[in-house]
Write a protein that binds this ligand. Structure first.
Ligand code: ADP
Ligand code: MG
Length: 483
């Protein structure tokens, strides 16, 4: 599969680097004790520090630092035991202090790597440049009053982790896979809930184009994309715009642009600001952040098993294919559900039920696995009914469909509907005899065309309401047909 884009003058390569803002999961803000819950009444979660009252001093929230370090460890990144908070100065109504506290030349986390699982089963390594801690800004509300803009400072001062990637991504598809993988790692770590609709994960996309092998082109930055789908659309549209522009003899200007999903275009917002526009300097109200090496090592030791390690384990210990393992570890909740179903049972069967019937039912209902009408124990119990031959695999499909509808336990459904598999040889033999007697032509055919066995199996199953033990049916039919 080639990711190159056809242009009038030949093929082009897209180069992408992402800056992801991930809201730190923490009860309090980065430098104040105000609450961070989503959806609160405007300006109900604002301390005097967040509102930048004169003389108020920031105090670092240890929990946010811990979350950033954990994230760095989860990204296989270097943890900097010494880092610095700087003031990034700019003026905007939702930023009462006139500066954002951020980290500039000495971030808390340095280089790392994220491994992408490509659809063809291969992997790609994407470099992480850095992760730094910074404050979120407030929010301007333009739709509350016809002539005025209101400001909600609930978000002001909430801790964000800005995670910057190297320009290693080469297509919209790869960017989508990267974002999903990053989100998955954050959720496994519990350091960001990854909820893009609520703005917990926002993405700025840097896009440039070049002829393969040529030096990097000039990039444009697409601001504040809040869904994976928009990120992918925006990249494709922006790459096309740049290619058309260059092929018509123009040059790309380094710009900050906005993606308009309704019109399917990107348009200029401002010319790109330079670092010196922000007049960064170390925040004199804060000491440099120094971390204890043992504390970092303790966090490392306490990390949960992350998707890459889990995938390797599922392949190695449970015998799953890389594709199945990749699907099952992508979301922490799915992996936990699967592990519960597979525990003490055939892992491949568990995987098939989860990825087949369960995913199908959840998709149909538009539910996440956390809201599954069939809890893991009950799916496990259903598989046990097949294993102990209480029901056939065929009947189990129907039982599952009913479990998904009513939430009932599999044993109760089987009992109420009398779905127990018939393993009574006498009863099955009677049905076999009846099927043979009713279809003499097919009986005659069997000598030259053994395929008709399948026809008879179908007949017997129909006659027994699908409840006959399939192995017994096969065995009896073969005996009677072919001797
Ligand atoms: P700035 O400080 O101006 O935002 P950075 O060096 O921090 O610039 O880079 C921001 C992002 O832009 C990074 O994710 C990086 O990978 C990406 N990037 C840098 N150069 C290019 C390029 N030529 N094309 C696409 N992305 C790029
Ligand atoms: Mg930057």
């Amino acid at each position: 599969m080639s990711d190159l884009i056809e242009g009038r003058t030949g093929q082009w390569e897209v180069v992408i680097g992402l800056e992801v803002h991930a809201q730190v999961t923490a009860k309090a803000k980065l430098f104040s004790g105000a609450a961070t819950a989503f959806g609160a009444e405007p300006n109900s979660q604002v301390s005097t520090v967040d509102a930048a009252f004169p003389g108020m001093l920031p105090v670092i929230n240890r929990r946010c630092v811990e979350q950033a370090v954990k994230t760095g460890l989860g990204l296989n990144a270097q943890i900097n035991l010494f880092s610095v908070f700087d003031r990034k100065n700019y003026f905007y109504p939702d930023l009462p202090a006139g500066y954002q506290i951020s980290q500039y030349q000495q971030p808390v986390v340095g280089r790392g790597v994220v491994i992408l699982d490509m659809p063809d089963g291969s992997t790609r390594e994407i470099g992480i440049t850095r992760l730094h801690l910074e404050q979120d800004a407030g929010k301007s509300l333009h739709d509350q009053n016809p002539t005025q803009t209101y400001v909600d400072l609930n978000r002001a001062g909430i801790g964000l982790m800005e995670i910057v990637s190297e320009p290693d991504l080469r297509s919209a598809e790869e960017a989508g896979i990267y974002l999903r993988k990053l989100r998955s790692i954050l959720r496994y770590l519990g350091t960001c809930d990854g909820n893009m609709e609520e703005g917990s994960l926002r993405c700025d996309c840097n896009v440039s184009v070049r002829k393969p092998g040529a030096p990097f082109g000039t990039r444009c930055e697409l601001k504040n994309l809040n869904s994976v789908r928009f990120v992918m659309q925006a990249i494709d549209i922006e790459a096309r715009r740049q290619i058309d522009l260059i092929e018509e003899g123009g040059t790309v200007q380094q710009q900050t642009r906005l993606f308009d999903p309704n019109r399917g275009e990107t348009r200029p917002m401002r010319s790109k600001e330079n670092d010196h526009d922000y007049r960064y300097f170390p925040d004199p109200d804060l000491l440099p952040l120094t971390l204890d090496k043992e504390w970092v090592e303790r966090l490392r030791a306490e990390l949960p098993e992350l998707p890459d390690a889990k995938k390797t384990r599922f392949i190695r210990d449970l015998g799953l294919s890389p594709e199945d393992a990749g699907v099952l570890v992508a979301e922490r909740a799915t992996a936990e559900y699967f592990q519960q179903v597979a525990s003490g049972r055939d892992a491949k069967a568990a995987a098939n039920w989860v990825m087949g019937d369960l995913f199908g039912a959840l998709n149909k209902k538009g539910l996440g696995i956390e809201e599954s009408p069939v809890p893991a124990e009950r799916l496990g119990a259903l598989i046990d009914l097949i294993t102990d031959k209480t029901i056939s695999g065929r009947i189990a499909k129907d039982v599952f469909a009913e479990m998904a509808e009513t939430g009932a336990a599999p044993g109760d459904i089987v009992a109420a509907k009398g779905l127990h598999q018939v393993s009574d040889t006498g009863a099955i033999e009677a049905a076999v005899d009846a099927a043979l007697a009713a279809n003499p032509a097919q009986v005659a055919q069997y000598a030259t065309s053994p395929k008709v066995l399948g026809f008879f199996v179908g007949q017997v199953m129909k006659a027994t309401g699908g409840k006959a033990n399939p192995a017994l049916v096969n065995q009896l039919l073969k005996q009677k047909l072919g001797g």
